[in-house]
Design a protein. Structure first.
Length: 205
């Protein structure tokens, strides 16, 4: 009887351990890609439907309430369930009247604006002698540091629109120039300021 050669008596080496490592690595990267994809999708979904950050341009129109270069978080969800209230600070897309009234450049036409809601649909708004009147009654505006130096004859806010002004009345291109903000142009409500850190918190009325 012939003896088996040494070569044939050695066990055959398997590639299974290497295959296992490759499989684990592939699974890891697949899960990582799925996690990153889900994170991006959730982030984009959050920004589109719930909230987004807004950076104040250096116009000074909302001083002293908001300063140049402040960053605020915009609540985009609330107005799906309720309408804007008087004194809300809103962020909105400029329409043609705003573009013409403020002479916005092509670049600025792509940017959103921020103002305070003064008049609601159906309100009669008037500004005279440095005071804003709503339906004949003077409006309390403790956030103003200087009264408006212009006058506005009585105007009625149309349905599905709002009359909005900047808190820095004499340095703001706002409703007293271009009229009303259509409800469909409103992006959301400025909920709180998150930058600078020392001013972090709710935006005071």
């Amino acid at each position: 009887m012939t003896k088996p050669s040494p070569q044939s008596s050695q066990p055959h080496k398997s590639n299974k351990p290497n295959q296992g490592k490759k499989s684990k690595a592939s699974s890891f990267w697949k899960e990582t890609a799925q996690t990153l994809g889900l994170t991006v999708a959730l982030t984009l979904g959050f920004r589109v439907t719930i909230a987004q950050a807004y950076y104040l341009p250096p116009s000074g129109s909302m001083e002293p309430t908001l300063q140049n270069y402040d960053r605020v978080m915009v609540d985009k969800l609330s107005y799906h369930f309720q309408t804007p209230k008087r004194y809300d600070i809103i962020v909105f897309e400029p329409n043609e009247a705003v573009v013409k009234g403020c002479g916005l450049s092509a670049e600025k036409q792509k940017s959103s604006l921020i103002k305070r809601v003064i008049g609601l649909p159906g309100d009669l708004v008037e500004i005279k002698d440095g005071t804003t009147y709503i339906n004949g009654q003077p409006l309390s505006e403790p956030y103003l540091t200087k009264a408006p130096e212009y006058e506005l004859p009585p105007i009625t806010v149309p349905a599905h629109a709002y009359f909005a002004l900047g808190d820095n009345r004499n340095n703001s291109c706002d409703g007293h120039i271009w009229g009303f903000v259509p409800q469909q142009n409103i992006i959301g409500k400025a909920a709180f300021r998150f930058w600078p850190i020392d001013h972090f918190g709710n935006i005071d009325k």
